[in-house]
Design a protein around this ligand. Structure first.
Ligand SMILES: [Zn+2]
Length: 287
């Protein structure tokens, strides 16, 4: 089934008096959501005990868990020490995921600002393969690593690069951040055919089964010529992209992705709005 949820905790979650992420699964279920991306962007700091409890809450409330691994991962660093550390952060994220029963971790591949894109891609793939074999050795191979399409042009992770990376292991699932794609392409996602060509590329490279279960990040986004500037909410309609054309394609292709909303402050509320757009279109397609 398709699932919708927020990245991190909405401002309203705290305004309503909640304090800990442990309360999120129950809160999300009451709102009508089904997924939660737990943020480890600044480091994997959750204890085993808390992760266990979060996992129990998620199971009780039927919330699909994923983890966003640290932003400072750089699998394409020119320094071996930084690449080794990046492997360590991936393993830490996978461990935390196993404690909480999360089945996906989202990973930023890295930067290519000081080196050629070819060297960076090649290095990132090699480093990721080491991380995967370490994970397999630790019994963590059942958790999917989901390399993310990034929003700044000097980051490694345009659509082709992410699909190339995911081509190396059947278990890799691409995180397609449509805001990032829109920003990288200077407003590239407008018509349904713009979205369709993205999905077509994924299907051609990774097959229909992996296309159907991609990890999606969605929010409106502001960009400059370097790409992503900042995420906005669905009410900030001066910024794209729109969700409707994507929702139509999700229905037509019978996709069952996890859709994580990254709106600023309002991520849970906006995840619900995305869900309601999808449900309206799903109803129309299936009359
Ligand atoms: Zn991300």
């Amino acid at each position: 089934m398709i699932r919708f949820g927020p990245s991190g905790n909405s401002e309203s979650f705290y305004e309503e008096g909640n304090k800990a992420s442990l309360q999120m699964p129950g809160w999300l279920r009451k709102k009508g959501l089904e997924a939660y991306e737990y943020q480890c962007g600044k480091g994997v700091k959750i204890s085993k005990e808390t992760a266990h409890k979060l996992g129990q809450e998620a199971e009780l409330n039927d919330i699909f868990l994923s983890i966003h691994s640290p932003y400072y991962i750089n699998l394409a660093s020119t320094e071996k020490e930084k690449r080794d550390n990046s492997i360590k952060y991936i393993i830490e994220s996978l461990e935390a995921a196993s404690w909480m029963g999360a089945s996906r971790i989202v990973v930023h591949i890295g930067s290519c600002s000081k080196v050629s894109r070819e060297w960076a891609l090649d290095t990132a793939i090699k480093t990721l393969k080491i991380a995967i074999s370490e994970a397999d050795g630790m019994g963590l191979g059942n958790i999917s690593i989901c390399p993310e399409v990034l929003g700044k042009k000097n980051q490694l992770g345009d659509l082709d690069e992410i699909l190339d990376i995911c081509g190396n292991d059947d278990r890799l699932i691409p995180t397609i951040d449509f805001g990032h794609l829109h920003a990288r392409g200077m407003g590239a996602l407008k018509s349904k055919s713009d979205f369709s060509s993205v999905l077509y590329k994924i299907e051609s490279k990774l097959g229909i089964d992996r296309l159907r279960k991609i990890h999606i990040h969605f929010s409106r986004i502001e960009f400059t010529k370097g790409g992503e500037k900042r995420h906005w909410t669905l009410d900030d309609t001066q910024y794209g992209p729109e969700f409707e054309p994507l929702a139509q394609l999700i229905c037509e292709k019978a996709m069952e992705p996890v859709v994580i909303c990254e709106s600023r402050g309002n991520m849970a509320e906006d995840a619900l709005k995305l869900k309601s757009i999808y449900k309206t279109i799903f109803g129309e397609v299936n009359i």
